[in-house]
Design a protein around this ligand. Structure first.
Ligand code: SAM
Length: 286
């Protein structure tokens, strides 16, 4: 916004506009912004208000609620306010619980029933590092090639991160936890860019799914394992209950749910039994 003196001043987010904005965000994706996050929203969105040619945040809210382009603006908003931090092989202890605990347990049970299909969902997968990590681990176990059908779904609410995930090319920083052997085995390096080899990429399909929306979460059914790490932390209890309930419905009977280290299902649901595998806590659908 330009003042009478021609000075460029950034739009300020007043309390009332902040309340309306956070209500809208909460309704769309379940993320709750506390009072202390007002400045964060202001700094992330002030340029956008300008770029839209709007005078202030009140006009921006009007746009978000009534403009013909409101849906695409809401998509832009969600793309730009959520935290997408992730990396390959994040939280090694949990991954050990997956490939040395949960997967062998599932395989043993499935062998008895002659069912040789493994379905895994990385919900809130951001730029794809998590589902691709799981794909590499299953390849290492020989599962993806040993007569088993492996289906991994990566999903997120943000189109931007899904676009990057599908491109499957990463900078070294994303791969800081990968070993030189893993880099060599599963990536092709060109200067500073690492592209996943097709045998990994082909195991993962990406979809846009809002964890708050049961119509969308129902698109991925009968999963043996769901990873939903480092997103519940942004939700209040009501949103956590909704997301966890939706994932419960998308798990096969006896399926497993991994949540982030700093996250808990305490007071959220009693539909899961906590079980320990290789030093990590996993929730099993009862
Ligand atoms: C911090 S990243 C976590 C990535 C990965 N799971 C990990 O642990 O490394 C959180 C992701 O949750 C996504 N997200 C936030 N709200 C969501 C919702 N309601 N439905 C689906 N994804 C959501 C964000 O877009 C973001 O990519």
């Amino acid at each position: 916004m330009t003042t009478l003196l021609g000075v460029q001043s950034k739009p300020k987010l007043g309390q009332e506009a902040f309340d309306q904005l956070r209500e809208l965000i909460y309704a769309k994706c379940g993320i709750s912004f506390s009072d202390s996050k007002k400045y964060l929203l202001e700094s992330r969105l002030a340029k956008r208000v300008d770029a839209r040619g709007l005078k202030n945040f009140d006009d921006y809210l009007y746009f978000l609620n009534y403009d013909a382009q409101k849906e695409s603006e809401i998509t832009y908003l969600l793309n730009n306010i959520v935290t997408n931090e992730t990396s390959f092989f994040r939280d090694a202890i949990q991954l050990k619980g997956f490939d040395q605990g949960v997967v062998p347990k599932i395989i043993e049970a499935k062998k008895k029933s002659m069912n040789r299909r493994l379905k895994i969902w990385s919900a809130a997968s951001s730029t794809g590092e998590e589902p691709y990590t799981l794909a590499m681990m299953l390849l290492d176990l020989g599962l993806a090639t040993d007569g088993w059908s492996v289906e991994i779904t990566g999903s997120d609410i943000s189109d931007n991160v899904l676009r990057s995930a599908k491109a499957a090319t990463y900078e070294q920083y994303s791969l800081r936890n990968a070993t030189p052997q893993q880099l060599l085995k599963y990536f092709t390096q060109k200067e500073k860019a690492y592209t996943l080899k097709p045998e990994v990429a082909r195991l993962v399909r990406f979809k846009k799914i809002n964890l708050m929306n049961s119509f969308e979460t129902r698109l991925v059914k009968d999963n043996d394992v769901i990873f939903c790490r480092n997103v519940l932390i942004y939700f209040d209890d009501a949103s956590k209950k909704k997301a966890v309930g939706n994932m419960y419905d998308s798990l096969a009977k006896g399926g497993y749910l991994f949540i982030g280290f700093s996250e808990s299902l305490h007071d959220i649901t009693r539909l899961f039994k906590p079980v320990r595998f290789c030093g990590t806590m996993v929730y099993q659908k009862i």
